[in-house]
Each structure stands twice: as structure tokens, then as C-alpha cells.
Design a protein around this ligand. Structure first.
Ligand SMILES: CC(C)(COP(=O)(O)OP(=O)(O)OC[C@H]1O[C@@H](n2cnc3c(N)ncnc32)[C@H](O)[C@@H]1OP(=O)(O)O)[C@@H](O)C(=O)NCCC(=O)NCCS
Length: 160
């Protein structure tokens, strides 16, 4: 039976869990930059959203997105390994995309490790496109693929 997953905005009591998930699921091998203080700053930030996905017992995933004037940036998104391929990443991402669209944001960008085939397949499946390969993006040690999700068709976007 599928378990019920609830989405809600993160609270300060979630900060340590999110920081640990970032260290273990996203930043492994690169150093730990998303520590508790930085997560707390995102929760406090008026132009950022920190979203958590929870089962009835624990946090199983999270996403962090920052809004800029004309675009948003997806900073982090992760789901616990034992919860993957059951739609949690999709519901987190679709919620973040929907709220950006309501805010009038035309595009969301992200960077993902170029060799992270699973995550790249996930984003492509959900309508994201590859923009550019960024050599050495992660401290000169690893390259990234920059991806974009167009929320508003390009012929309807405001000129910047
Ligand atoms: C990427 C990630 C968030 C996906 O979360 P998830 O909950 O497993 O994703 P979903 O179950 O919603 O997947 C939706 C669809 O995306 C595609 N997809 C997801 N993971 C995939 C993978 N590893 N390989 C190929 N396709 C994949 C599938 O089409 C999937 O649908 P299906 O299971 O019905 O075939 C998760 O794998 C993760 O946390 N990875 C580590 C952290 C990371 O790399 N984050 C991204 C960079 S910040």
C-alpha cells in the first residue's frame, strides 16, 4: 500500500534534518555547505521557500527554491533512498513549480552534477531541459549540467 506523504513548509525544528539530508544525499564528496545556519536563513528568507515531504513518521524529502526578479533557482531537492521512485520527488517539484508559476516566474534554473544520470532523467521526465554544461562548477572538482524549466511559453515571457 502506498503511504501518505504530506507536504508542508519547513519549520526551524526541521533545520538539522534537512542539513543532514543535504550533506548525505546531495553534497556527498563535495564538502558540506548547506549546514543548519544556511537552511535556517532560507526558511527566514522572504524570497525563498523550504518545503518538506513527510510520511507519518519522518521527513522523507525536501526542496529549497529561491525567487529572483524574473526567474527562480532550485537550490536543493532530495528524497531518502528508501522512498525513491514512489512519486515523492515529483510532488515536491510540482508544488515548487506551481507556486513559482503563481508568482509570475517564467523560468526555474538548477544545476545538477553532470554524472548524476538518475536526477537528470528525473528532471527531463518532468519537462526540464538541458541548457549548458558547466565545467568544474563544483569547486573545480566536478562539472554540472544547468537545466531550465520554462513555466511560461517563451513567446509570452516579458522581455528582460
Ligand atoms: C532525483 C530525486 C529527487 C528523485 O526523487 P524520486 O522521489 O525518486 O522521484 P519520483 O519517484 O517522483 O520520479 C518521477 C519520475 O522521474 C523519473 N526518475 C526518477 N528517478 C530516476 C532515476 N534514478 N533514473 C531514471 N528515471 C528516474 C522516472 O520517470 C520517475 O517515474 P517512475 O518511477 O514512474 O518511472 C532522488 O533520486 C534523489 O533524491 N536523488 C539524490 C539527490 C539529488 O540528486 N538531487 C538532485 C540534485 S539537487
Amino acid at each position: 500500500m502506498n503511504q501518505v506523504i504530506e507536504l508542508r513548509l519547513a519549520r526551524f525544528s526541521d533545520v538539522r534534518t534537512i542539513a543532514r539530508m543535504s550533506r548525505d544525499l546531495v553534497e556527498q564528496g563535495l564538502g558540506w555547505s548547506w549546514r543548519a545556519g544556511r537552511i535556517a536563513a532560507m526558511i527566514n528568507h522572504p524570497e525563498a521557500v523550504v518545503l518538506v515531504a513527510r510520511s507519518h513518521i519522518e521527513t522523507v524529502g525536501f526542496g529549497i527554491m529561491e525567487y529572483h526578479e524574473h526567474h527562480a533557482h532550485l537550490n536543493l531537492l532530495a528524497v531518502k533512498p528508501n522512498q525513491r521512485r514512489s512519486g515523492t520527488g515529483r510532488v515536491l517539484l510540482e508544488w515548487l513549480e506551481k507556486t513559482a508559476r503563481y508568482a509570475g516566474i517564467a523560468k526555474i534554473y538548477l544545476e545538477v552534477r553532470a554524472r548524476n544520470r538518475g536526477a537528470r532523467a528525473f528532471y527531463e521526465r518532468l519537462g526540464w531541459e538541458n541548457v549548458t554544461y558547466v565545467s568544474g562548477y563544483y569547486q573545480g572538482r566536478e562539472s554540472a549540467m544547468r537545466m531550465v524549466r520554462e513555466l511560461i511559453p517563451s513567446d509570452q515571457q516579458r522581455s528582460i
